[in-house]
Design a protein around this ligand. Structure first.
Ligand code: FAD
Length: 467
């Protein structure tokens, strides 16, 4: 028997300290690429319990791996193979604590599932706009820890922009109460923004104050077809000019992406008689009325057709049609997985350089890996692309995956040339911890190390991740 685990049981109750086979679901990452080991999974039910468990970890020198929904894609939420750490699951801390429709804020515990947060906001007649395909299982604490993006960043910003206050348990087991719902607060270092995006390496987010927005009166979705990413960029400029803040989403998808979707999900169809090289899925959220949104969208499409920025377009005329268009976008990762193993890159470059980036990187990848199939799609309005690479048709997937590092090098070096980022929204975790050293300056890495050392001198908070 371990004195440490007994002490954890005394804090959270024996039923909330899982060991042996009960830990299975917590040790493997979402894409099933890696399974780590842990002493236990500890499931506290309150901030005070989190703090007490962290203090025990300090005393016994036990590493802590915070975990929300375990949907992260960069091996941040699972422990290494040493078996020395505990996984600290926030799953039981899932209460909506307060909704304030005058301040337009809500206060929620970190283990709330994102969908639960969205629904609580909607029940109060408000919108919490963060939206991503994992929303049925990811937690708001994980969203904050990774500064998640998603499909509405163009209008509402990343998770960072949606948060006004945090409560955090520090690596020493102290509780920092920064649950202020203030829009203005210039009182020194911005600790809130330090913890957001830190991927659990500086402390554990236990509660947060989130921003709420008015519910839009109408949502309109359209799919436009065009010849190139440059045409898509020109359409983006036109849409921003004509539709202003009503433009909520602007997603680019290559023809090959949608060919994969219709191959693996034949019930889904493209609404055009012939294929085009590129497509954009765009959404307007209008605070006035459906008629107002329709008029804006029709004017945008008519102008883009006349200027030959787009070759065809459809506007969804019902919620079902809108869902069908979004389904095409959301099934791309699934279809690519059905097609077989592939190599993913979550990158960003300045929006104006996206067309050049795609063109030149495609050439470099095809020169180095003849036959490689490029599955390029993403949040064009944020300069964020999922630049994924599948093996040549009929080629050996394992042989291709064995060259992953070489492929990453070609893609990431190109991103760097374009002043971009090798992780736009998924974070670094353990997966990109070493890779980032190639692209950040010694000064930047030194500052990050100094922060980590100052806040977590024993290095117990999610070790081996980020830095
Ligand atoms: P976890 O996976 O449990 O943890 C992620 C990281 O945060 C880990 O480092 C963990 O230690 C840390 N952490 C978790 N909770 C806390 C806490 N309370 N305090 C401190 N640290 C904590 N991401 C996007 O940004 N945009 C997308 O569009 C997107 N789409 C996705 C689609 C699918 C199908 C999937 C599977 C994932 C997608 N993701 C996307 C990635 C993932 O959903 C996000 O990173 C999400 O924010 C992770 O939340 P989680 O609760 O699952 O966190």
């Amino acid at each position: 028997m371990s004195a440490f685990l007994d002490a954890c049981r005394a804090v959270v109750g024996a039923a909330n300290v899982l060991t042996g086979p009960d830990m299975a679901g917590y040790l493997t990452d979402w894409r099933r690429r890696f399974t780590g080991a842990a002493q236990a999974v500890v499931r506290p039910g309150s901030t005070r319990e989190v703090a007490a468990v962290v203090r025990l970890c300090q005393e016994h020198r036990v590493p802590v791996v915070p975990q929300g929904g375990n949907t992260g894609l960069v091996l941040g939420s699972v422990p290494d193979e040493s078996g020395t750490a505990i996984v600290l699951s926030l799953a039981r801390m899932n209460r909506i604590l307060a909704v304030d429709t005058i301040n337009n804020t809500m206060t929620v515990e970190a283990g709330c599932i994102l969908e639960q947060v969205q629904n609580a906001a909607a029940d109060a007649g408000r919108l919490f706009p963060l939206s991503l395909a994992a929303e049925g299982s990811c937690t708001i604490g994980g969203n904050l820890a990774t500064n998640a993006g998603g499909t509405a960043v163009l209008r509402y910003g990343n998770t960072r922009e949606l948060c006004l206050g945090l409560e955090v348990v520090t690596p020493h087991g102290e509780i920092w109460d920064g649950l202020r719902g203030l829009r203005k607060d210039n009182t020194g270092y911005d600790l809130r923004n330090l913890y957001i995006g830190a991927e659990g390496t500086l402390g554990i987010i236990t509660t947060c104050v989130l921003k709420l927005f008015p519910q839009p009166q109408a949502r309109l979705t359209a799919l436009a077809a065009m010849g190139s990413p440059d045409d898509a960029l020109a359409l983006l400029s036109a849409a921003q000019e004509k539709c202003g803040a009503t433009l909520t989403a602007f997603e680019l998808m290559s023809d090959f992406c949608l060919q994969l979707v219709t191959k693996h999900y034949p019930q889904m169809r493209l609404p055009f008689p012939t294929p085009y090289p590129q497509y954009v899925l765009l959404e307007l959220s209008d605070s006035e009325s459906e008629a107002h949104a329709n008029a804006m969208l029709e004017a945008l499409i008519a102008d883009a057709l006349e200027r030959e920025l787009i070759q065809d377009a459809v506007v969804a005329s019902s919620i079902a049609q809108s869902k069908a268009l979004w389904n095409l976008r959301e099934h791309i990762p699934l279809a690519q997985a059905d097609e077989g193993k592939n190599i993913k890159h979550d990158v960003s470059v300045p929006i104006s350089r996206i067309g050049d980036f795609i063109r030149s990187t495609d050439v470099l990848v095809r020169q180095a890996f003849p036959g490689a199939r490029l599955v390029t799609f993403g949040h064009l309005g944020d300069g964020n692309l999922h630049y994924n690479v599948s093996p040549p048709e009929g080629g050996s997937p394992d042989a291709f995956i064995a060259r992953q590092e070489e492929i990453n090098r070609v893609v990431h070096d190109s991103v760097h040339q374009y002043s971009g980022s090798i992780s736009a929204e998924h974070g670094l975790g353990a997966l990109k911890r070493d890779e980032i050293r190639r692209y950040k300056s010694d000064v930047e890495l030194g500052l990050m190390r100094a922060l980590k050392q100052a806040l977590d001198p024993l290095g117990l908070m999610n070790p081996g991740k980020v830095i």
